[in-house]
Design a protein around this ligand. Sequence first.
Ligand code: SF4
Length: 436
Amino acid sequence: MKVFFDMVGCRLNQAEIEKMGMEFRQGGHNIVANDTEADLVVVNTCSVTHQAASDSRQKIRRYAGNQNQQVIATGCWSTLEPTNARDLGQHVTVIHNQDKDHLVANFLRQQPEITSSHLFDQEPLERSSIAGLRQKTRSFIKVQDGCDNRCTFCVTTIARGRGISMDAKSIINEINAAYTAGSKEVVLTGVHLGSWGQDLAKPQHLANLLDMILSDTDVPRIRLSSLEPWDLNEQFFSRWSDPRLCRHLHLPLQSGSDATLRRMLRKTTRSSFRHLTEQARRYIPGLSITTDLITGFPAESEQEFFETLAFVQEMQFSGGHVFTYSERDGTPAARIRQSVPHPIRKQRNNQLQSVIRLSAENFKTSQIGQQAEVLWEASNVRTENGWLMSGLTSNYIRVFAHADQYLWNQIDPVQLSGLHVEGMLAEILVSNQKNQ
Ligand code: SF4
């Protein structure tokens, strides 16, 4: 069977798709790059904003238009609106988020033409990896799902349910499989990544998982996706004495006003967030801190917005996403009456984006002349000076440099030499042949 994957949304959705792809391959099926060749299309949907929900609908509708294809809709939007998702086409099956981890096994078991020999064993990640399974520089590894917090704007908790941690052994196996298959970097993902371990019979902290990954895997780079600020502490940052941990933290702030943060039910304040970033920067030299912000949250006054603007300036983030608030059905925030007019939400978004752009620029400028290691990704640009390679530093700067050879999936030392519209320019110091 030929399977095509598509998705809307976050790194967690990406991690889930990668795992499903691996499981279909282990079952003897092919992942194709074009939906028109596929017998089955799996769409991992998202509902975090109106736009994400609308994109999810459109994708399912498009694939459902092909009568020869089965479509599986899973993820947050189809979990919240299963009937609407099913109504998009005759061959659409909806798989609830809670059943997503067994989606591939259950689907293959129901296929009459698939004999038992095509079914992979029930613990595919417990065994050694299949070479060539992931030909990627970077693999997304799901380590946690769901969330026990109740941020008032968040629809994700409704769609994903309570927090659940994946067990450490299977995470280690998955990382080792990704590394054996070629990935030089893994990105740990979860809805509430920082809560990893809290629900286990013997509760643990994400720092314990990092210790196990550092001791039981050899993958050169370990990156963390979004971390809620209230889950972190000094002991956690002390792990960064190991250079395999990427010097980048994505810490969603959402607002820089204590009053707005209280209405959002965020478990952080300006002062605790400031303290945390000071600690993190002390432990991790050259650290890049990025964030998420929401503008126009219900009842956000002009004064509150100015507080946010000033605080974001003070934090000197090296990048971030600014979301314009959109009401999501079923969330407490959608019931707050004092909504902010849409043009003001948008205008505030533009103002915050300008501040973030400036601090991102400052961060890059501070790195000129520094040495860094870059993991090169694909390039299809060849100039008279050689390949124009692009890749990421440990602290999440996109770097462009010319190379005589095609350096895909190598980690090489560079000297950062100047600014580029999408990142920074660099000179490669020595091509690291042993990475090839
Ligand atoms: S921490 Fe808040 S924003 Fe993040 S998933 Fe949980 S409830 Fe949603």
